[in-house]
Design a binder for this molecule. Structure first.
Ligand SMILES: Cc1ncc(COP(=O)(O)O)c(C=O)c1O
Length: 360
């Protein structure tokens, strides 16, 4: 079976399963803010149309400066991309032919982009028994022969977070081994107590931080992300980017979103509340979940080893989880769910209760 490589666009999943796409469904497979784009953005939307008759600023200067100021960096240490996905592609280009270590299970684009650039890709696997966290002793060994390492924090698909001090330990190990650390913080802004590590770029020239704006601000259709690193790394990555890669509307949307601190805090509180509610239901009903601190989580039924039956059951009920067949180490044994609206989360819990009755 050829599984879709990402969530969203559920027609491809149903096609792969040989099932008709139901008229009504709830898509839990994309990790996007359920509150939708902020009002500060939608209110300005009609203005944006007047800007599309000229070419975008190829340097995204204003947005770049806004981010640099917020992160206490020089604007030359920031590059805006057409989604975090484009930034991954550019970084992989920079890593052409190098030895790359990926902590798995994680976002599949690192491997895909690195392999497309002739990198030698190796995995270090983490699992449920280790609370999904990397073992530093094993990492030390692996880093001896790695030129670069990808770490996703918070991690997709587990939602597990390494603390700032754990990241510093990993960064030091990488530094000792002359290895670049590409830290993907696509979901950092869903964390209630996030402690920024951006200032470490000054001290560690091997640190590259990647971010997405499509998740928090619910604009995956617009595409917007950025990377922060030393000037020389940013300069190098920039040479691979095509001119006008980031469109004007995405840039303007980014500027509007960046200002909206209240929206971020509101989202964090909302997600935290819903996650607590869902997780206490899962515990009561004997489902195992990953200890996520963000807007998605892995789940499996403690009563069955095989998640495929549950997956099929849910799809037939119009509940669409993200399959995990293309996450090394998971291979379909878990399902990933985004945290959605209260009503949608209620429906998920109702259907899981039906599953319990169906099993017994
Ligand atoms: C961990 C991670 N990084 C980066 C991306 C890319 O995000 P985007 O290209 O939408 O900004 C994704 C998308 O799902 C992701 O999960």
């Amino acid at each position: 079976m050829k599984w879709p490589s990402h969530g969203s666009n559920p027609q491809y999943l149903f096609e792969a399963m040989g099932l008709p796409l139901p008229k009504r469904y709830i898509d839990f497979s994309a990790n996007i803010n359920p509150l939708g784009p902020p009002e500060s953005l939608t209110k300005q939307w009609n203005e944006f149309i007047h800007k599309i008759n000229v070419y975008p600023d190829p340097y995204s200067t204003r947005l770049k400066e806004n981010i640099a100021e917020k992160e206490n960096l020089l604007s030359t240490q920031v590059l805006i991309g057409n989604g975090g996905a484009e930034i991954i592609t550019l970084i992989a280009r920079m890593l052409t032919g190098k030895r790359v270590l990926i902590i798995q299970p994680t976002f599949s684009e690192y491997e895909k982009a690195c392999k497309a650039n002739g990198c030698e890709v190796r995995y270090l696997q983490v699992n449920h028994q280790q609370d999904w966290m990397v073992d530093l002793e094993l990492l030390k060994e692996e880093l001896r022969t790695a030129d670069a390492m990808f770490l996703c924090n918070p991690n997709n698909p587990t939602g597990v977070v390494y603390s700032k001090s754990q990241i510093i330990d990993i960064l030091k190990l990488c530094d000792k081994n002359d290895c670049q650390l590409i830290l993907d913080e696509a979901f950092y802004d869903f964390l209630v107590d996030y402690k920024s590590i951006t200032s470490l770029i000054k001290q560690y020239s091997n640190l590259i931080i990647l971010r997405s704006m499509t998740k928090m601000f619910s604009i995956p259709g617009l595409r917007l992300g950025y990377v922060m690193a030393t000037e020389s790394v940013v300069e190098q990555i920039t040479t691979y980017q095509s001119h006008w890669s980031v469109n004007t509307i995405a840039m303007l949307a980014g500027e509007a979103c960046l200002e909206d601190e209240a929206f971020i805090i509101n989202t964090q509180n909302y997600i935290q509340r819903e996650r607590k509610r869902l997780f206490s239901f899962f515990e009561k009903e004997n489902f195992i979940v990953s200890p996520s601190q963000v807007n998605f989580y892995l789940l499996r039924d403690a009563k069955t080893e095989d998640s495929f039956q549950l997956f099929t059951f849910l799809l037939q009920k119009g509940i669409i989880p993200r399959h995990t067949f293309n996450f090394p180490g998971l291979e379909g044994s878990w399902l990933r769910f985004a945290i959605k609206s209260t009503e949608e989360n209620d429906q998920l819990m109702e259907v899981l209760q039906e599953w319990r009755i169906h099993l017994d």
